[in-house]
Design a protein around this ligand. Structure first.
Ligand code: SF4
Ligand code: SF4
Length: 143
């Protein structure tokens, strides 16, 4: 009986020693994962995070719309609009590679999350009209 109790004690001591060793190891070793969001992993080179257009370079040829496998792009030559539905885009990069003016850019940054559906629309004509309006307003206010 005495021998059995002694061997149980020895077993408990060995377990405790193992636990303390683990605790001390974890306390003084590097963390196994990153401390996100304090420490963010940089994007890999070539990450396809989001799509952007330099609208001033676009000639509204519609090649990107025709090549897009997800039907995410709508180009309207008459109203000079280029429209991307980000919820359809699968970031395949086909439009970026096929654009003759190289005005589409695949950014390494992901879009911010959003709680409502919105389309990312850029209208060159609207921008020009807005600029003209600003010039007119500035002209009226200065005269
Ligand atoms: S392929 Fe390029 S230039 Fe042509 S409409 Fe698309 S973005 Fe504009
Ligand atoms: S990246 Fe691919 S899916 Fe997205 S708009 Fe361009 S062609 Fe379409």
């Amino acid at each position: 009986m005495y021998r059995k109790v002694k061997s149980q004690e020895r077993g408990m001591n060995a377990k405790m020693f193992g636990m303390v060793k683990n605790v001390l190891n974890n306390l003084f070793s590097k963390p196994a994962t990153r401390l996100y969001p304090k420490e963010k992993r940089p994007f890999f080179k070539g990450t396809r995070g989001s799509l952007e257009i330099e609208i001033e370079k676009c000639i509204f040829c519609g090649i990107c719309q025709r090549k897009c496998p997800a039907n995410a792009i709508t180009v309207d030559r008459s109203s000079k609009t280029w429209q991307l539905n980000q919820y359809k885009c699968v970031l395949c990069n086909v439009c970026v590679e096929s654009c003759p003016k190289k005005c589409l850019i695949s950014k390494e940054q992901f879009n911010n999350p959003t709680t409502y559906k919105e389309l990312y629309i850029q209208k060159q004509e609207a921008q020009e009209a807005a600029q003209e309006k600003e010039i007119k307003v500035a002209g009226v206010s200065s005269s």
